[in-house]
Design a protein around this ligand. Structure first.
Ligand code: KG4
Ligand code: ZN
Length: 342
């Protein structure tokens, strides 16, 4: 059994995996605490990871019905993420591995996101048999990445964001219209009741042939729109139209580029994970476009879209199954680790 720890941002999570089967995946989210400050405060995140890690680890072991003596490997997120937050989980994983004399696997956080859409069934299991080469869209508060995944644990990055991530854009627009942090999910709910064609917002880089994204200009255009149309803020129906129109712009760019990548790389499967892949508009549009082109769509299940240790554990488990070497116990955290550098 493999125990995995994830502490790269504001979720403290520990999972236990047995040969691809997720026996437990406990997540303690700090989001309420950070909401008061309108964003993740690194010092507070670090303190909370320290506080949460022992009880979360105990809960993960107990839900999996195992004791530390049953473990055969330890894994943890080595990067990218908040430096001190990463350090808490990494040192805990390395110390456990040292104390129990077990191999340790340092995992890239985004590699976890690349394979979380393949965790399916009950109990959740990494379904490697159904794996197909795919284009993976990772969309969260910190990242927007398009990746060509050619086989389990083999991939190349096609592009990412030049400025704000898609989730960051959702959150910043939500803040402009007075929604609480993180505003992405609230904006999404309001958008469900609005008209996506009511207002026209730019689709940055949509028609450029590369796979780069840029969302900061979209946020700025919403700011100018509100300056010029202050009455929208006072009118519930028009505010919902605004949410729907902004969401449509973000989703249009994400889906257009993802499908273009699938065509260009000649793959018949698209996957998505990260907090923004919970977005109802994005899920619907991805499904529509993939169906139209006969492409299979695998989106991570709701609980596995956001950060969790199960996705870190299944990558380490796969590495072990493939006979790849463990990570040295004194490996340093890699806050700026690029996915292509693995
Ligand atoms: O993956 P995640 O939990 O954390 C990281 O950023 O690593 O993603 C959180 C982000 C936030 O920006 C949040 O607003 C966004 O995902 N998000 C959404 C939705 N649910 C979460 N954005 C748009 N629509 C949603 N339904
Ligand atoms: Zn993440």
């Amino acid at each position: 059994m493999l125990l995995a720890i994830e502490t790269s941002c504001d979720e403290t999570s520990v999972a236990v995996i047995r040969e691809g089967v997720v026996l437990s995946n406990v997540v303690a989210s700090q989001i309420r605490m950070h909401a008061e400050y309108g964003g993740v405060v690194p010092e507070l995140a670090t303190r909370e990871h320290l506080r949460n890690l022992p009880p979360v680890t105990r809960a993960a072991l107990s839900q999996a019905g195992c004791r530390s003596a049953d473990l055969t490997a330890i894994a943890g997120t080595l990067g990218p993420g908040l430096p001190q937050a990463l350090m808490i989980g990494t040192r805990a994983a390395q110390s456990l591995a040292f104390a129990l004399n077990l191999p340790y696997y340092g995992v890239h956080h985004h590699e976890g996101h690349l394979y979380s859409p393949w965790i399916d069934h009950s109990p959740p299991t990494a379904d490697w048999d159904r794996f197909e080469p795919n284009i993976s869209l990772i969309v969260s508060g910190g990242h927007t990445l398009l990746v060509h995944v050619t086989s389990p644990l083999a991939h190349s990055v096609l592009g990412g964001t030049l400025d704000d991530a898609a989730g960051e854009c959702f959150d910043k627009v939500a803040k402009l219209i007075g929604l609480a942090y993180p505003g992405g999910p609230i904006l999404d709910r309001l958008a469900e009741q609005g008209d996506p064609k009511a207002y026209k917002f730019p689709r940055p880089l949509k028609n450029k042939p590369d796979f780069e994204f840029s969302f900061s200009g979209l946020k700025t255009s919403v700011r100018y729109f509100l300056r010029d149309n202050p009455a929208v803020m006072e009118d519930d129906a028009r505010l919902k139209d605004l949410c729907a129109s902004v969401r449509a712009a973000i989703v249009d760019v994400l889906v257009t580029k993802t499908l273009r990548a699938a065509r260009e790389k000649n793959v018949r499967c698209v996957t998505s994970s990260g907090g923004v892949s919970c977005n109802a508009g994005l899920r619907r549009e991805l499904k529509l476009q993939c169906d139209r082109e006969g492409i299979r769509l695998q989106i991570a299940t709701a609980g596995l879209c956001t950060d969790n240790a199960a996705m870190i554990g299944i990558v380490a488990d796969k590495r072990r199954a493939q006979g790849l070497a463990p990570t040295p116990l004194d490996a340093e955290v890699k806050p700026g680790w690029q996915l292509d550098a693995i």
